[in-house]
Design a protein around this ligand. Structure first.
Ligand SMILES: [Zn+2]
Length: 197
């Protein structure tokens, strides 16, 4: 299958209802035409499956040698799990326990294995860095890092390597007094910001 254009991938995200177009107030206080409601990715499994199919093909094409797909809880669990299923690999997830990212206890073969990290969205890279640290503690080699959406436009390398992204989306944000949507009188929406992982 030929790689889809950024535009075609963007349409898939719109179909999932995760990528909203309108006039939004971001947590930074700035305004934007776009908002990513990432929890909606897992709300529509059939739409997510199409997206993860593409990510899995991208990972497969790199010919990486690894046993585990590892994702941080919670939103990325479904994404990493689906990717592991498509790639024929094992899956494990990390979660924060008293602020520290750790593997959920009970996974059997993590120590010394090779892993690919799969996360939903790259914004600052913070949670991915925490997963990398967690893997190192378990003597795990990180053979790749992938996200569905890179909101930095490739600006945040992790461990000195670029992060593989299905969709690179640099979202433009405006100061309220310079916002073209405010000037056109379009109602401002403040998306729910309380349940962040
Ligand atoms: Zn505005």
């Amino acid at each position: 299958m030929a790689p889809l254009s950024n535009e075609a991938i963007l349409e898939l995200f719109k179909d999932s209802d995760a990528l909203l177009q309108g006039h939004f107030k971001l947590t930074s206080g700035k305004h934007s035409e776009w908002y990513f409601e990432k929890i909606r990715l897992i709300e529509k499994p059939a739409a997510l499956e199409k997206i993860v199919d593409l990510l899995s093909e991208k990972i497969k094409a790199e010919g990486l040698d690894f046993e585990y797909v590892v994702s941080p809880a919670y939103g990325a669990i479904a994404i990493g799990f689906l990717a592991a299923l498509k790639l024929g690999k094992k899956f494990a997830f990390t979660q924060r326990v008293e602020e520290k990212m750790s593997f959920r206890s009970g996974f059997s073969g993590i120590d010394g294995s090779r892993a690919v990290i799969v996360e939903d969205i790259l914004t600052t890279g913070g949670s991915i860095q925490e997963v990398v640290a967690c893997l190192k503690e378990r003597a795990c080699a990180v053979h790749g890092i992938y996200v569905l959406v890179d909101r930095t436009g490739g600006a945040v390398p992790i461990e000195g390597k670029p992060v593989g992204a299905l969709l690179a989306l640099k979202i433009e944000a405006f100061e309220p007094d310079a916002c073209p949507f405010c000037q056109n009188g379009i109602p401002l929406v403040k998306p729910g910001a309380s349940d962040k992982k």
